[in-house]
Design a protein around this ligand. Structure first.
Ligand SMILES: [Zn+2]
Length: 413
């Protein structure tokens, strides 16, 4: 089925032009007669928002579990154990499906989800999210990361489960090297991840130093091993909160190493503003990594929602405009060009994290498109602009015609 989207203002070059879509892809021009026509009327269009870091398996469990009283990461993880034992594949798929729908309504057309792999839930989180992926395969592209949240060495049997997870449909090898007993075990945790990734020839995406402890050193370890294994450009580090607390000289050293390793960075400002700095006296740390310093070194930086109504974070609806606004505040991104970078983080930068070769408006790319009720990125973030139309693979999936109607006007206007 062909589709013609007229008068689309493309982010980020700002050019207004017609987009031709045929067979689920953008084409140079020449859609068939009788093609469906949509007039974007000069509105801002993105080639689909991308959510590169989320946990679909534990989303929406907040109401079923006891409260996270300390508000810390450690307590959030502990609370999940009991709930995880009760997981079934069906209910995980159902919760994940609700989150996928929410994301899609907000213009997200691709997702990378971590799923817990440990001896508590076994492979059920993977199986549940894989089932949701199957159900939504026509409208959402999903990559799954096998995530050993409880550690690999610390949690008996997890190494074997990681191998099984990769054989059972996970796409990316995850990790949480700081959650081991000793730094030597953290290094070993990373080595195991590389062994698995090399065997399956896949990428790595780890939770790195998600802690206020500035003694955490696993970002340095990950960067060193990335270079050692020749995996440059294929590794992502999420969170990296500790980097924010390092002394300047060590932080600069690690950032240079991250650059040399071609590591992609993901900050999760909503969750980490909520979790980090809980035990600080004032001034409390902001909890997010050194976004601007990383960008200044031309390192690819993206951001994610991370958590949706789970033990870590009580909000979240997978709206990149919401998380983008939070990211702009948390990372002090206020200049016009910095606001454009925020937009880049949820589109092109996230596509680089997921190493997508079919993202964008170029002919041959998958025809994912969101028409925003805004003229530019700053306006879209300010007004949390409505997603007027969401198109996935050339097909209109969501329409939002809601217009505010005022029945009053000021005198003299
Ligand atoms: Zn996460």
């Amino acid at each position: 089925m062909d589709l013609l989207v007229k008068n689309a203002k493309l982010w980020r070059d700002g050019v207004v032009r017609d987009l031709h879509i045929s067979d689920g892809k953008f084409v140079e021009q020449g859609v068939a007669d009788g093609a469906e026509v949509i007039d974007a009327a000069g509105r801002l269009c993105v080639a689909g928002f991308i959510e590169p870091h989320i946990h679909l398996d534990k989303a929406l469990i907040n109401d079923d579990v006891r409260r996270n009283v300390s508000g810390t990461l450690d307590e959030a993880i502990e609370i999940i154990w009991e709930r995880k034992r009760a997981y079934t594949v069906g209910e995980i798929a159902e919760r994940a499906g609700r989150v996928i729908r929410s994301a899609l309504g907000n213009g997200v057309t691709r997702i990378r989800s971590h799923v817990d792999i440990d001896n508590i839930g076994g492979l059920r989180p993977l199986e549940g999210v894989a089932e949701a992926r199957r159900r939504y395969s026509e409208v959402m592209d999903i990559q799954i990361v096998a995530f050993p949240q409880e550690g690999i060495l610390k949690n008996e049997g997890t190494e074997e489960l990681m191998w099984q997870a990769m054989e059972s449909g996970a796409d990316v090898v995850g990790g949480m090297p700081f959650n081991e007993k000793h730094p030597q075990d953290s290094a070993k945790h990373i080595s195991i991840a590389f062994e698995i990734a090399k065997h399956f020839n896949v990428d790595i995406d780890m939770h790195v130093d998600e802690t206020d402890d500035s003694g955490a050193r696993t970002l340095e370890m990950l960067a060193e091993q990335t270079i050692e294994h020749g995996w440059e450009g294929r590794v992502t580090a999420g969170h990296t909160c500790a980097l924010a607390g390092y002394q300047e000289d060590y932080a600069n050293y690690v950032i240079k190493l991250v650059r040399a390793a071609g590591i992609h960075m993901i900050t999760n400002p909503a969750t980490n503003l909520m979790l980090q700095g809980r035990l600080d006296a004032q001034p409390k740390r902001r909890g997010i990594t050194r976004v601007k310093e990383l960008l200044a070194e031309s390192i690819n930086v993206s951001f994610g929602q991370d958590c949706v109504k789970d033990t870590f974070y009580p909000f979240g609806r997978v709206d990149p405009l919401e998380v983008g606004l939070i990211a702009a505040h948390a990372a002090h991104m206020s200049l016009p060009e910095e606001i454009e970078i925020v937009f880049d983080m949820q589109t092109n930068a996230a596509a680089k994290v997921m190493r997508l070769s079919d993202y964008g408006f170029e002919p041959g790319c998958k025809a994912d498109l969101v028409i925003l009720d805004a003229e530019n990125a700053a306006e879209a973030l300010t007004r949390q602009a409505a997603r007027r139309v969401v198109i996935k693979k050339g097909r209109v999936i969501v329409e939002n015609e809601k217009n505010q109607k005022w029945c009053w006007s000021p005198k003299g206007e």
